[in-house]
Design a protein around this ligand. Structure first.
Ligand SMILES: [Zn+2]
Length: 140
Protein backbone atom coordinates (compact mmCIF):
# COMPACT_ATOMS: atom_id res chain seq x y z
CA UNK A 1 0.00 0.00 0.00
CA UNK A 2 1.40 3.38 -1.06
CA UNK A 3 1.40 6.03 1.59
CA UNK A 4 -0.95 8.76 0.42
CA UNK A 5 -0.16 11.99 2.16
CA UNK A 6 -3.26 13.74 0.99
CA UNK A 7 -5.47 10.96 2.13
CA UNK A 8 -3.70 10.93 5.46
CA UNK A 9 -4.15 14.69 5.91
CA UNK A 10 -7.71 14.46 4.88
CA UNK A 11 -8.32 11.67 7.30
CA UNK A 12 -6.65 13.59 10.08
CA UNK A 13 -8.77 16.59 9.30
CA UNK A 14 -11.89 14.48 9.20
CA UNK A 15 -10.97 12.88 12.51
CA UNK A 16 -10.23 16.21 14.05
CA UNK A 17 -13.40 17.70 12.69
CA UNK A 18 -15.40 14.99 14.34
CA UNK A 19 -13.44 15.42 17.49
CA UNK A 20 -13.96 19.16 17.53
CA UNK A 21 -17.64 18.80 16.85
CA UNK A 22 -17.85 16.21 19.60
CA UNK A 23 -15.92 18.46 21.96
CA UNK A 24 -18.11 21.48 21.24
CA UNK A 25 -21.23 19.45 21.64
CA UNK A 26 -19.95 18.08 24.91
CA UNK A 27 -19.01 21.52 26.09
CA UNK A 28 -22.44 22.86 25.25
CA UNK A 29 -24.10 19.90 26.94
CA UNK A 30 -22.04 20.29 30.08
CA UNK A 31 -22.29 24.06 30.24
CA UNK A 32 -25.84 24.64 29.11
CA UNK A 33 -26.73 26.62 32.20
CA UNK A 34 -23.51 28.57 32.19
CA UNK A 35 -23.87 29.56 28.53
CA UNK A 36 -27.49 30.53 29.09
CA UNK A 37 -26.51 32.52 32.15
CA UNK A 38 -23.72 34.28 30.27
CA UNK A 39 -26.02 35.19 27.43
CA UNK A 40 -28.66 36.46 29.81
CA UNK A 41 -26.10 38.46 31.72
CA UNK A 42 -24.82 40.02 28.53
CA UNK A 43 -28.30 40.95 27.33
CA UNK A 44 -29.25 42.31 30.71
CA UNK A 45 -26.14 44.46 30.85
CA UNK A 46 -26.69 45.80 27.38
CA UNK A 47 -30.37 46.40 27.97
CA UNK A 48 -29.69 48.41 31.09
CA UNK A 49 -27.00 50.33 29.32
CA UNK A 50 -29.28 51.13 26.40
CA UNK A 51 -32.19 52.06 28.63
CA UNK A 52 -29.98 54.34 30.66
CA UNK A 53 -28.75 56.02 27.51
CA UNK A 54 -32.13 56.62 25.96
CA UNK A 55 -33.58 57.77 29.28
CA UNK A 56 -30.86 60.35 29.63
CA UNK A 57 -31.29 61.32 26.00
CA UNK A 58 -35.04 61.72 26.30
CA UNK A 59 -34.64 63.88 29.38
CA UNK A 60 -32.22 66.28 27.74
CA UNK A 61 -33.67 69.38 26.09
CA UNK A 62 -32.28 68.45 22.71
CA UNK A 63 -33.55 64.88 23.02
CA UNK A 64 -37.02 66.14 23.89
CA UNK A 65 -37.04 68.36 20.84
CA UNK A 66 -35.91 65.57 18.52
CA UNK A 67 -38.45 63.14 19.98
CA UNK A 68 -41.22 65.69 19.47
CA UNK A 69 -40.17 66.46 15.91
CA UNK A 70 -40.00 62.76 15.05
CA UNK A 71 -43.43 62.37 16.60
CA UNK A 72 -44.88 65.17 14.44
CA UNK A 73 -43.26 63.86 11.30
CA UNK A 74 -44.76 60.47 12.02
CA UNK A 75 -48.16 62.16 12.28
CA UNK A 76 -47.62 63.78 8.88
CA UNK A 77 -46.68 67.34 9.88
CA UNK A 78 -44.69 69.07 7.15
CA UNK A 79 -42.88 72.32 7.84
CA UNK A 80 -39.81 73.96 6.35
CA UNK A 81 -38.19 74.41 9.76
CA UNK A 82 -39.20 71.81 12.32
CA UNK A 83 -36.94 73.33 14.98
CA UNK A 84 -38.59 76.71 14.56
CA UNK A 85 -41.94 74.97 14.84
CA UNK A 86 -40.78 73.28 18.01
CA UNK A 87 -39.77 76.60 19.60
CA UNK A 88 -43.13 78.12 18.69
CA UNK A 89 -44.85 75.09 20.16
CA UNK A 90 -42.67 75.24 23.25
CA UNK A 91 -43.38 78.95 23.88
CA UNK A 92 -47.11 78.75 23.29
CA UNK A 93 -48.94 78.94 26.60
CA UNK A 94 -52.56 79.24 25.53
CA UNK A 95 -54.73 77.41 23.06
CA UNK A 96 -54.83 79.35 19.77
CA UNK A 97 -58.55 78.68 19.57
CA UNK A 98 -60.13 78.81 23.04
CA UNK A 99 -57.33 80.38 25.13
CA UNK A 100 -57.22 77.56 27.64
CA UNK A 101 -53.94 77.39 29.54
CA UNK A 102 -52.01 74.54 27.98
CA UNK A 103 -50.18 71.90 29.98
CA UNK A 104 -47.33 70.08 28.30
CA UNK A 105 -47.21 66.32 28.78
CA UNK A 106 -50.64 66.28 30.36
CA UNK A 107 -53.20 63.84 28.99
CA UNK A 108 -56.27 65.83 29.95
CA UNK A 109 -58.34 68.22 27.84
CA UNK A 110 -55.73 70.98 28.24
CA UNK A 111 -52.93 68.89 26.82
CA UNK A 112 -50.76 70.88 24.43
CA UNK A 113 -51.29 69.66 20.85
CA UNK A 114 -50.06 70.70 17.47
CA UNK A 115 -52.87 70.94 14.98
CA UNK A 116 -52.03 70.31 11.34
CA UNK A 117 -53.82 70.06 8.03
CA UNK A 118 -54.12 66.36 7.33
CA UNK A 119 -54.08 66.94 3.57
CA UNK A 120 -51.10 69.29 3.25
CA UNK A 121 -49.26 68.53 6.50
CA UNK A 122 -49.09 72.23 7.24
CA UNK A 123 -49.24 73.12 10.94
CA UNK A 124 -52.28 75.26 11.79
CA UNK A 125 -51.73 76.11 15.40
CA UNK A 126 -50.99 75.02 18.92
CA UNK A 127 -54.22 74.07 20.58
CA UNK A 128 -55.63 72.15 23.50
CA UNK A 129 -56.65 68.51 23.36
CA UNK A 130 -60.35 69.41 23.49
CA UNK A 131 -60.07 71.67 20.43
CA UNK A 132 -57.89 69.14 18.67
CA UNK A 133 -60.54 66.46 19.17
CA UNK A 134 -63.19 68.77 17.67
CA UNK A 135 -60.81 69.59 14.80
CA UNK A 136 -61.62 73.32 15.18
CA UNK A 137 -59.45 74.49 12.27
CA UNK A 138 -60.91 72.03 9.80
CA UNK A 139 -62.92 74.62 7.90
CA UNK A 140 -60.61 77.60 8.35
ZN1 LIG B 1 -58.67 74.94 22.90
Amino acid sequence: MVFDRNAYMKERYENNKEHLKEYQKEYRENNKERIKEKRKEYCQKNKEHLNENSKEYRQSEYGQMICKIIDWERQGVIYYDMKELYYTWKMTKYCHYCWTLLVEGNYGSNKKCLDHDHNTGEPRGVICQACNRRDVFKNC
